[in-house]
Design a protein around this ligand. Structure first.
Ligand code: TRP
Length: 334
């Protein structure tokens, strides 16, 4: 086992979808064999734009945990914890706030895009603007060194590294090490409508918890090629979501190549093609769905897992903070 520490996480604002599955969940199942891995359920961050809907955040903590367990994240190998129950993250965030300028925050491209998307305008909450600072605290509180994230989160890592460098320089310490992002090999999964990103807010997601019927309906409604009107017409592959998904999810590459050829030549109808994709996805999702339903029968067992993971993280966090307080000369009673 390497001595790198992985920190990764999700905002609990909804159940996880296939984009999460290929983009991060599969990696986590792999990383737990190779690294010490912490998985954060970022309820505090979820509240930055859902502060008026605490029930939604609370409900989704369990939903996200169910998804984790269903895909094979093993609580004996990964430490899953709830962000709000680690007060040291909030404490460290406050100290980091002195090291970041308002202008620097406003320049963070990810935050900039999100502010526009969410339409905050003049009523932008301070808590939302500063979430990259708290994200740096999420990572460093467990002394994380590797952070698997989507490409859109790279500015977060850059900003976290700036904070780490400032902290180490100003307080003449080496408490924190530079962190590195791990970007998934698979490109970002598009939505069933063909939009570049699968996301809950765009309403174009396939969830790991979708029923077989929902899955079938979603696949049948997928965007293919608007020019492909009759079965015998030649069809296009580029931008055709069904083929995008087959490329990602079907391990039978020979079959996919044959289907592509047939489709481009003409004579392969969308319905037949979609039925095939449904089978491929159902084979992946059905065992996950079953495991999820098993865990869902016993929510108190799942909460117990989160409680244990949170207790473990609390010890690590306090250990980090005692070094931080020492470096910052706040260790008054030592
Ligand atoms: N921002 C991430 C998301 O949108 C969640 C998150 C919070 C996170 N803190 C983190 C990811 C720290 C990686 C590292 O889902």
């Amino acid at each position: 086992m390497s001595n790198e520490v992985v920190l990764t996480g999700d905002r609990p604002t909804g159940p996880l979808h296939l984009g999460h599955y290929v983009g991060s969940l599969l990696n986590r199942v792999k990383f737990q064999e190779e690294y010490k891995q912490y998985i954060l359920i970022a309820d505090v961050q979820a509240l930055t734009d859902n502060y008026d809907n605490p029930q939604k955040v609370r409900d989704n903590v369990l939903q996200v945990a169910l998804d984790y367990l269903a895909v094979g994240i093993d609580p004996n190998k990964s430490t899953i914890f709830i962000q709000s129950l680690i007060p040291q993250i909030a404490e460290l965030t406050v100290f980091y706030m002195n090291l970041v300028t308002l202008n620097r925050l406003k320049r963070n491209p990810t935050v900039k895009t999100e502010i526009i998307q969410k339409g905050f305008g003049e009523s932008l909450p301070v808590g939302f603007l500063v979430y990259p600072i708290s994200q740096a605290a999420d990572i460093t509180i467990v002394q994380g060194t590797l952070v698997p994230v989507g490409e859109d989160q790279l500015p977060m890592i850059e900003q976290a590294n700036e904070i780490i460098r400032s902290f180490n320089n100003i307080y003449k310490t080496e408490v924190f090490s530079n962190i590195r992002a791990i970007i998934p090999e698979v490109p970002r999964l598009s939505g069933i409508d063909g939009k570049a990103k699968m996301s809950k807010s765009l309403g174009n997601a396939i969830y790991l918890s979708d029923s077989s019927d929902d899955l079938r309906k979603k696949v049948m409604s997928m965007y293919t090629d608007s020019g492909h009107l009759r079965v015998e017409d030649p069809g296009k592959i580029e931008g055709n979501v069904v083929f995008t998904y087959l490329d990602v999810f079907d391990i039978d590459k020979v079959k996919v190549a044959q289907l592509k050829e047939h489709y481009q030549k003409g004579g392969l109808g969308d319905v037949v093609l979609k039925k095939y994709l449904f089978e491929v996805l159902e084979n992946i999702i059905s065992p996950i769905r079953q495991k999820r339903q098993e865990f869902a029968k016993d929510p108190s067992y799942v909460m117990e897992i989160l409680k244990k993971g949170t207790q473990t993280t609390l010890e690590t966090a306090e250990n980090t903070m005692s070094k931080v307080r020492q470096a910052m000369k706040l260790n008054y009673f030592d």
